[in-house]
Design a protein around this ligand. Sequence first.
Ligand SMILES: Cc1ncc(COP(=O)(O)O)c(C=O)c1O
Length: 395
Amino acid sequence: MATYDLPTKTGYFGKFGGKFVPEILIPALEELEEAYEAAWKDQDFLDEFKRLLKEYVGRPTELTYANRLTEHYGKARIYLKREDLCHTGAHKINNAIGQILLARRMGKERIIAETGAGQHGVATATACAKFGMKCIVYMGAEDMWRQKLNVDRMRLLGTEVRSVESGSKTLKDATNEAIRDWVTNVEDTFYIIGSVVGPHPYPKMVRNFHRVIGEETKYQLKEVEGKDPDYLLACVGGGSNAIGFFHPFIENESVRMYGLEAAGHGAETDKTAATLSIGSPGVLHGSLSYLLQSNEGQIHLAHSISAGLDYPGIGPEHSYLHDSKRVTYKAITDAQAMEGVKLLSELEGIIPALETAHAIAYLDELMPKTSEDEIVVINCSGRGDKDMGTIAEHL
Ligand SMILES: Cc1ncc(COP(=O)(O)O)c(C=O)c1O
């Protein structure tokens, strides 16, 4: 691939992205864009971001050689990028810290966020506690039940968790409520979006706050193997862990990238979240991207065993990478994901988040096609503690 320099100034990845929001939010998005672009060029901001990632988040996260998993398949060597070792237990904290620093720079004191699996909510609540800021998190009632541990964590951190009872009571509905709040309180409120979704500049900004995952992987793998990976695997909900991991490798065509989305009961059923596998382009939550929708444009309810993948949309950059075929997207069922949880737990002593388990599960299909001199790196986006209730029920 030639030089990759997207999004455009107006926030487009090919035909995807943009800024499809009520008029009242346009000035807020312009203010945000200006603040972000200035901060990203300001060495003091970058130094503070880097310092917090090191001292508070615990970066760089390890790149762990998975020797038993490698032996199990007897093919390419498998490494794990350990975002599960980040403070609060998932990659989401990279972005929450980045956006909190921006909010402070912009003088905003009231923070709102939406959350599905609760990891973004916990990361935001944590960053707000660290900087003494007021925080409100919107969460679907169904997700509050599935991710009770994370609800308790947010409350302990001083955040108000607002239960959302509409629609499927999951991430899509929580996002609607957060946008409603933002429209009402746009003057003093900063909306911390938790994935590479939403109107421009969020998909670009969130990606760049997560690029550290791929940058570390690149130099860490160079140190132990002397080369770039042959395959990268990451789960895709909105797509933030995947894009941060993929991005530094995007111009190296020899690196094959796989995004694993949630098929739920099966991509062909009505209980699925496999947006790229079966969706079509449309507008949701401020940008144009692939969506699960009817021919009339009604958004379908998504389903996944994993709250963090249970979303009928996907970040616009993934839609572009899907259409341009730079990244291959596959759908993994709930049942396959449960097998992925068991595999990593039993062979490596690492209990992955249900989201991450979708990437692990793809090894069954990928590994027979690899050879012993090749390298696979899986982004372990988070740890499984939050999912133990769901996992135990299905074991
Ligand atoms: C551990 C973990 N992995 C992955 C995801 C999916 O989000 P994204 O696709 O933005 O990385 C989530 C979302 O909550 C998560 O908690």
